[in-house]
Design a protein around this ligand. Structure first.
Ligand code: ADP
Ligand code: ZN
Ligand code: ZN
Length: 749
């Protein structure tokens, strides 16, 4: 029984480490929870103050006779800051960790804003002078200069880093224009809004009837006082962003504020400009390049009502608006919406809670919605809108699926099929661009047969087994293990092996097959900084290479109108990752990859190479049939009890000794199994405990990692399991091991 509570008096990070201990009075015993607001006597005069409960305990470290007692639970209206506190409480409850950890996620660190110095490029010449400079640059094929001049024709001042980053134009090009007297470089102490206030333009599109319908329907819900939850399903270029802007505009007109979430990497300069143009300096952008001081500054501006709209990655959810009216989540299926640090919260869950608790609308958008959100449109908790026309022109490419098994039959052992090779040759000859794509995400060294396509899977979990040292194949969910076979168990072929093709090897092969071809490579190695990522993309957009080879990163962001061929080297890689989400990932990635071809005037072509052409993820991606894919996939999840049809809690145990860590994980698993009692079973609250097994990445930075998985039909049961385990861990603290909870894991851990 918990008898004491840790209480903080002010909601701020610096108070977290020194909470006050209070006794829980009998009347509140059993009903006081972490995350509640309480009234307490405080200070020498025992004045009644409001406090915030951040932890419960059985004992207190202080002299019990001197510990004061909580007066009551506070029941008054929730203020804006208190909403932040409750948000943290929600996160702690549903995703695990301590209240301090949750508050650290939610509250901005109160640091002094260090004034950074920025450079800005200001145009000096008249438009017609710039146009003649551009003509000259065009004749000399100075693509970078043309780009910069184009940007300057649109904007009078542009941040220097944007030019070198997003536009990929070098400092040398900038100085050459400076020497020519076309521009000057200013040093300023703060980013100014790139659009001058007077210029906030009415660059408003006349909405299509599909777009207008969405805006009208959402408006109706606001009118009736019930802003709802919506999912906009539409391919890239179908006008989603235009709809978001109109929706947000209406929200602002009502005197409310909006949060616009984007996966960090997806925010293009173009999108940003569209927002700046529509909303002027009422919009503010948050991203990882902001210092903690600047973030704090932004939060204060939001709290004081200086801004109406904040654009940013998942952490933008925690901007403390007074009167939040809408949360928009663009590309809602992106895995970066899930935090990979404790508490491992998912922006979708938090956004839902935040929208509900503050009476705001929630708008999701995607070309390939996550199963989670699409399912909500089926059970009525979210409304589905479709945008079916592509407003940017271009047509969907012609897609061919190549069966790599028959390539082997025909004696072609190369990673390029004959069809892909001849199309690459064709594009090189014509001077058009191609993209080659390998997906290594979640790649965990599966074993497959190149003759028949058979993949060795866990008989219990239906995910592929991963190859480990010493010729072992291991399931990372349940720990099932076999020796690696030397012949295919299905057809007896000896062509059974791990799949080994990296971006570097592809680049080398291209050199061999097409000597002298210019290639660019983009993967985790070449893009350690955000800047290098932008540089590669800009170089490709500037046609400095004919072929871009890359991982899933290349399917996002920039539009490349000159790309007329997209090749997916090995669709199987993502199909066979060791996660239950592998088919969904594959479908999303293939749909996005295919959509990269044919954005310009010329029609495009896409080749999907695979050893499993009959797999539904590939078939539906070929026809860009989301609905068909959804039906098949959700049936699979239902059958095997995977999210979103059921729920799953991953418990990761990490520690310096392999043996000890494994033992602790084993004890936790045993304890979890003891959660299932007959009484619970009668109520239909059974859980299934899998593992423990060595995690996908068994060791990181000298810490061994073991994981166990707990499945239950309902999420709230898993929350109970987590509380149950946390209590066990508190009573039986492990030595050097620490434990992390991950609800409905997105990435295999
Ligand atoms: P998405 O967010 O779905 O990719 P956007 O809103 O960015 O789509 O729209 C794609 C392109 O079509 C943009 O260049 C945008 O300016 C243009 N566009 C959007 N809506 C309209 C419209 N109603 N009329 C004309 N052009 C539009
Ligand atoms: Zn085989
Ligand atoms: Zn298994």
């Amino acid at each position: 029984m918990y008898r004491y509570a840790d209480v903080i008096i002010d909601i701020s990070l610096d108070k977290l480490d020194r909470p006050f201990s209070y006794r829980i009075p009998d009347k509140l015993m059993g009903c006081l929870e972490v995350g509640m607001r309480v009234l307490v006597p405080f200070g020498q005069g025992n004045t009644v103050r409001k406090g915030y409960c951040i932890a419960l305990s059985e004992d207190t470290a202080y002299d019990p006779s001197r510990v004061k007692e909580i007066i009551d639970i506070a029941k008054d209206a929730v203020s804006a800051t208190e909403r932040q506190f409750l948000l943290a409480a929600f996160i702690r409850k549903n995703y695990g960790g301590t209240m301090s950890q949750a508050l650290k996620v939610v509250l901005p660190a109160k640091t002094k804003v260090k004034k950074l110095v920025f450079r800005e490029v200001e145009r000096l010449m008249e438009r017609n002078e710039l146009i003649s400079l551009k003509g000259e640059a065009l004749r000399k094929h100075q693509t970078a200069k043309v780009k910069l001049l184009d940007a300057l024709l649109e904007e009078e001042t542009i941040p220097y880093e944007w030019i070198t980053g997003k536009l990929g134009v070098s400092g040398t090009t900038i100085s050459s224009l400076e020497k020519a007297g076309a521009i000057k470089i200013n040093t300023v102490t703060q980013y100014r809004n790139p659009v001058k206030l007077g210029e906030v333009s009415e660059d408003r599109k006349h909405l299509s009837s599909e777009q207008q319908f969405i805006v009208d329907e959402v408006e109706k819900d606001f009118e009736s006082g019930k802003p709802g939850k919506y999912l906009i399903h539409g391919i890239t270029g179908s006008g989603k962003t235009e709809v978001y802007m109109s929706l947000i505009e209406n929200v602002v007109k009502r005197g409310k504020q909006a949060i616009f979430l984007i996966p960090e990497i997806a925010l293009t300069y173009q999108t940003l400009l569209r927002f700046y143009k529509r909303f002027g300096n009422r919009v503010s952008v948050m991203n990882s390049t902001l210092s903690p001081g600047e973030k704090y500054d932004q939060c204060m501006r939001a709290a004081s009502g200086e801004i109406d709209i904040v654009i940013g990655p998942r952490s933008a959810l925690f901007v403390p608006f007074k009167n939040l009216g809408m949360i928009v989540m663009d590309e809602e299926h992106e895995s970066s919406y899930k935090s990979e640090l404790t508490p491992k919260y998912h922006a979708l869950g938090v956004a839902k809670y935040l929208a509900e608790s503050s009476g705001a609308a929630l708008v999701l958008g995607s070309a390939t919605p996550s199963l989670e959100s699409y399912r909500m449109t089926k059970d009525g908790s979210m409304r589905l809108f479709k945008l079916t026309e592509r407003l940017t022109g271009g047509s969907l490419p012609n897609v061919t699926v190549v069966d790599m098994r028959s390539e082997l039959d025909a004696g072609n052992k190369s990673v390029f099929s004959r069809k892909l090779r001849s199309l690459l040759q064709d594009r090189i000859t014509k001077g058009e661009q191609s993209m080659l794509f390998i997906n290594r995400r979640g790649y965990s060294g599966f074993i497959s047969c190149r003759s028949c396509g058979e993949v060795i899977k866990c008989p219990h979990c239906d995910v592929s087994l991963s190859e480990h040292k010493g010729g072992r194949l291991v399931c990372h969910y349940c720990g099932y293990e076999i020796r690696k076979p030397s012949l295919c168990p299905n057809c007896g072929s000896k062509y059974i092996a791990g799949f080994k093709a990296g971006t570097e090897q592809i680049e080398e092969l291209l050199q061999k097959e097409f000597p002298g071809v210019k290639t660019l490579r983009m993967d985790a190695d070449t893009t350690s900084t955000k800047e290098s990522y932008e540089k590669i993309l800009s170089a490709f957009a500037n046609e400095e290479a004919q072929i871009l080879v890359g991982t899933q990163m290349i399917v996002k962001g920039h539009d490349f109108p000159k790309v007329t061929l997209v090749g997916v080297i090995a669709a199987d890689m993502s199909l066979q990752s060791a996660s239950f989400r592998s088919a969904e990932r594959t479908f999303q990635l293939l749909t996005q990859a295919v959509g990269r071809a044919g954005r310009g005037e010329k029609p495009g072509e896409a080749i999907i190479q695979t050893y499993k052409p009959e797999h539904y993820a590939i078939g539906f991606a070929k026809y860009q049939d989301y609905e068909g894919f959804y039906d098949e996939e959700i049936a699979y999840r239902r059958m095997l009890g995977y999210p979103p049809e059921a729920h799953m809690l991953a418990v990761m145990v990490m520690g310096p000794s392999e043996e000890e860590t494994g033992k602790v994980a084993g004890r936790i698993a045993d304890n979890a199994r003891s959660f299932s009692t007959e009484a619970r079973a009668e109520k239909g609250q059974e859980i299934v405990v899998l593992g423990p097994a060595s995690a996908v990445i068994g060791r990181i930075k000298d810490l061994y990692r073991f994981a166990l998985y707990i499945k239950a039909e309902r999420y709230d049961i898993l929350v109970e399991v987590k509380d149950f385990l946390e209590k066990y861990l508190k009573d039986n603290p492990p030595g050097r091991e620490f434990i992390q909870f991950d609800f409905d894991p997105v990435n295999m851990i």
